[in-house]
Design a protein around this ligand. Structure first.
Ligand code: PHB
Length: 389
């Protein structure tokens, strides 16, 4: 080879390298941290699938930037979530942190968002106080007080006056218990006993026996997504339904993901929530069809919708900054976004950075051999009651 050719080749190589680097720097990275293994893996699976669907439908170039999704498994352990978030910010230079399958995972990571000025989009966790843990947190999931208050309004109008509450013993469960109880009492009802089951390896049997002995009109339950089937099974096995005790709760209990596996014991259960696979709108029908098709007939649940809408909030924020990004600019562009989600209309409250949406009262019914949460009443534009007090 001539010397000149060698030099030319070297220059060309250096240029290619530089342009390669340039491309890498141009990428807009989203760090999606989820429980992909362990007891809450269904949440991770739903959210990842929804995020990928959003990208497939909307392209992976936004305002001239190549969007790159980096998915990491935190196994549902707060220390791991925090460490991964730190690595994503420092090493990978992600522009946004997203995911957060459980409240403790979001709370552990909040300081990283604040220190690095990185927007943190909570797609799953639902304890009211989360958005107060960092000014960089934006939420597209829901809050337990939003859901719990609605069913506490419905119950006494439908013959349910004396209730025992049964919740998982951590942030969202305590929110559900408190807001349900206060509202039921305000409406003239009464919570005669409040039971709390552990988050890890819950055994519902002894708690349900206590409910049976207390003979309330109903038990109000909150368990995190994924745990509802075990609760329903024990509820039927202990004969609570036959003893005339109704089961009511937030929609986490009759999670669409596992509803079909609950069998006939679930039929007739009334819950309140912001999303049902059966939500009757053109936007949702399109979403459900595309999601099930892309995921081997898996039904999208409320976790999937939180992930899908979270991606939308991130995409639109990047567009508003004309591809420039930057933590503060992205955050500002996330606040106040208003759009139609598969759940119905929603917006991100610019003051609280929390989601405002409809809460629906739903009843489990069988249609064409499958169980669905069919919505029969709507409370419009519900703000988080945990903040407006
Ligand atoms: C939460 O940890 O905040 C959480 C998890 C699952 C749910 C609701 C809330 O279904």
């Amino acid at each position: 080879m001539h010397k000149r050719t060698i030099v030319q080749a070297a220059v060309l190589g250096a240029l290619l390298c530089a342009s390669g680097l340039g491309l890498a720097q141009d990428a807009f990275k989203i760090g999606l941290i989820l429980p992909m293994t362990g007891p809450f893996a269904s949440t991770g699976k739903q959210i990842e699938a929804a995020a990928r669907l959003y990208m497939a439908q909307n392209g992976s170039t936004v305002a001239g930037k190549k969007v790159e999704l980096i998915v990491k498994d935190d196994t549902g352990t707060p220390d791991v979530t925090k460490r991964i978030a730190q690595e994503l910010v420092v090493n990978d230079k992600v522009s946004v942190l997203a995911g957060f399958g459980l409240t403790p995972l979001a709370l552990a990571t909040a300081p990283i968002a604040t220190q690095s000025k990185t927007p943190l989009v909570v797609m799953a966790a639902a304890t009211s106080s989360i958005t107060q843990a960092s000014p960089y947190i934006v939420r597209t999931s829901f809050t337990l007080p939003q859901a719990a208050v609605a069913i506490a309004d419905w119950a006494p109008k439908n013959g349910i006056k004396k209730v025992v509450t049964l919740v998982t013993d951590y942030g969202p469960g305590l929110d559900a218990e408190k807001f349900f109880k206060e509202r039921l009492q305000f409406n003239g009802g009464q919570v005669s006993e409040s039971l709390r089951v552990p988050l890890r390896n819950p055994d519902f049997a002894p708690f349900l026996q206590k409910v049976r002995d207390a003979k309330p009109d109903a038990v109000f339950a909150f368990v995190p997504s994924g745990a509802g089937a075990a609760l329903m099974k024990q509820f039927a096995e202990r004969g609570l339904d036959k003893a005339g005790i109704k089961l009511i709760g937030t929609g986490d209990v009759t999670d669409d993901d596992i509803l079909n596996s609950m069998g006939d014991a679930a039929v007739g259960v009334v819950t309140s929530h912001h999303y049902s696979t059966a939500h009757n709108s053109a936007v949702n029908k399109k979403f459900v069809e595309a999601f099930t098709k892309a995921n081997n007939n898996l039904r999208p649940n409320f976790m999937a919708v939180g992930g899908y809408d979270g991606m939308r909030v991130i995409y639109e924020a990047l567009k508003k900054t004309k591809g420039a990004g930057g933590g503060d600019a992205l955050l500002a562009a996330m606040k106040g976004q208003i759009f139609e989600s598969p759940r119905g209309p929603m917006f991100i409250d610019a003051q609280t950075r929390d989601v405002v949406h409809n809460i629906y009262i739903r009843k489990v019914e069988k249609q064409d051999g499958q169980l669905y949460n069919l919505e029969f009443d709507t409370i419009k534009d519900v703000k988080d009651p945990g903040k407006v007090r």
